[in-house]
Write a protein of this length. Structure first.
Length: 459
């Protein structure tokens, strides 16, 4: 990797790819890339001085990047094999690496703090990065979301050799990493289009644990159904929200809308910690993040300050709009377990109010594999508006549609709705607590929904 001076990204607008692009740009290298659609993230990259094209033609690649000796091409698994630019790079003997391979190189040159899990990894990674970065310990970080504290998915430190990385299980990407410390937040089966069976999915997490350095640490949430394969010398810790373990919370209270708890470590205790983002879903993630920070020498006072000043992540349990009559929130939840946890947290915040959820399923394969689990999770709502499936990298599958979920949702108030008809539908609805869920393009509708709520307030 050190021999290259230019970096070209195929899929530069992805949250993980854009962090890497920013990293090399910050280091003074020439960076450019392609993405299929213009987004706020690609616009931000362009504003920062990174060239981005949206046409897949080979003529869109800047000439200075057409030098195999100097250019490393970094790709995301979502790029199709017949993509013209990818074919050009292959036929002209460019070095091509996946994002995970590049991150793996970075972990081997530093002390990688790698957070894995079907859900919870983005929040846990971002809290960990914030706790370290705001303290004298500091860190670098490649995040799977935009931190509200720093308005970016990349943190750079000249003083620290620690690097926080979200360890992605898709396409077995996290097998490229060499963690110094690792957390596993969950291992609920997902991505069965890649793994085929739940057993193979869990086995991939077990292999991930074998990659932790001999002087390293694994912190695992209690109750996860995997068996670590640790090298000799690796220390193993457990954590939970309030179910004991080496790290856990006690005395959880909600005081004037804020969540407080005592943080318990193997030989220490920090009383009355205030959680900056008041949602029970974040307590468990905060315990894991505080454990990592504590093990890396962050002081008690810096832990207390950091966790109270954590401002959340874009599209993770975000409060978008609030008035005397209506609350509007947005959340990235796209797996049944994430939906259950998110809805439960919202119910805890607003126990006596009607909760209307808008859910956009993500991927045909995930919908097919977990339709019943999605229906069960969404049945916790008071009202559901279910959108069409967002295909992302997939082609349609025969017999797979949102109807698979819809028919098993145990609610009287449920509606199937197209993406295009959502705003007109909401205009005539009396909403109380409204929440958008999903990992597709539903986020593009969030500002329009908020504007409509302001323009046509609930009477």
């Amino acid at each position: 990797m050190n021999k290259f001076t230019k970096y070209y990204f195929l899929g530069i607008g992805g949250i993980g790819m854009s962090a890497l692009a920013r990293y090399f740009h910050t280091k003074g290298f020439q960076v450019a890339g392609y993405d299929r659609t213009e987004t706020k993230l690609t616009s931000d990259l362009q504003t920062e001085g990174i060239s981005v094209c949206f046409d897949e033609g080979v003529d869109q690649i800047p000439e200075i990047f057409k030098q195999p000796i100097y250019t490393l091409v970094i790709i995301t698994p979502a790029i199709p094999h017949d993509h013209p630019q990818l074919v050009y790079f292959q036929e002209n003997n460019f070095t091509i690496q996946k994002r995970s391979q590049v991150l793996g190189d970075i972990t081997r040159q530093s002390k990688g703090i790698c957070i894995a899990g079907t859900h919870g990894k983005t929040t846990t990674s971002t809290i960990t990065a914030h706790l370290l970065y705001q303290s004298p310990v500091s860190c670098n970080a490649f995040l799977g979301g935009i931190s509200n504290n720093y308005n970016t998915n990349l943190l750079i430190s000249k003083e620290s050799n620690l690097v926080v990385i979200e360890a992605d299980e898709y396409d077995r990407s996290f097998h490229q990493l060499s963690p110094y410390m690792a957390v596993i937040t969950s291992a609920d089966p997902d991505h069965l289009d890649i793994y085929e069976t739940p057993e193979a999915f869990r086995e991939s997490f077990e292999h991930f644990t074998s990659l932790i350095r001999p002087d390293g640490v694994l912190i695992m949430r209690k109750g996860i159904d995997i068996h670590p394969r640790l090298q000799k010398g690796v220390k193993l810790y457990s954590y939970s929200m309030d179910d004991g373990g080496d790290f856990h919370a006690e005395n959880i209270q909600t005081i004037n809308g804020s969540i407080h708890f005592d943080f318990v470590t193997p030989n220490d205790r920090i009383d009355n910690v205030r959680l900056g983002v008041p949602a029970r879903i974040n307590i468990e993630n905060s315990v894991a993040a505080m454990a990592l920070a504590w093990l890396n020498g962050v002081s008690v006072e810096d832990l207390r300050t950091g966790i109270s000043s954590f401002a959340g992540i874009y599209r993770r349990f975000n409060l978008v709009y609030k008035s005397d009559k209506v609350v509007f929130m947005d959340d990235y939840a796209h797996h049944p377990s994430e939906l259950k946890a998110s809805i439960s947290s919202i119910r805890g915040l607003y126990p006596d109010r009607k909760i209307t959820g808008i859910f956009q399923p993500h991927l045909y394969s995930r919908t097919r594999d977990f339709a019943g689990d999605f229906a069960e999770a969404l049945s916790q709502l008071d009202e559901l508006i279910l959108l069409d499936i967002y295909p992302a990298r997939e082609l349609p599958m025969e017999g797979v549609s949102s109807e698979l979920i819809f028919r098993d949702v145990k609610l009287k108030n449920k509606t199937l709705c197209s993406y295009e008809n959502l705003l007109p539908l909401l205009k005539d609805k009396q909403t109380d607590v409204l929440v958008t869920f999903g990992a597709g393009d539903i986020d593009k509708l969030v500002p329009k929904i908020a504007e409509q709520l302001k323009k046509f307030p609930v009477i």
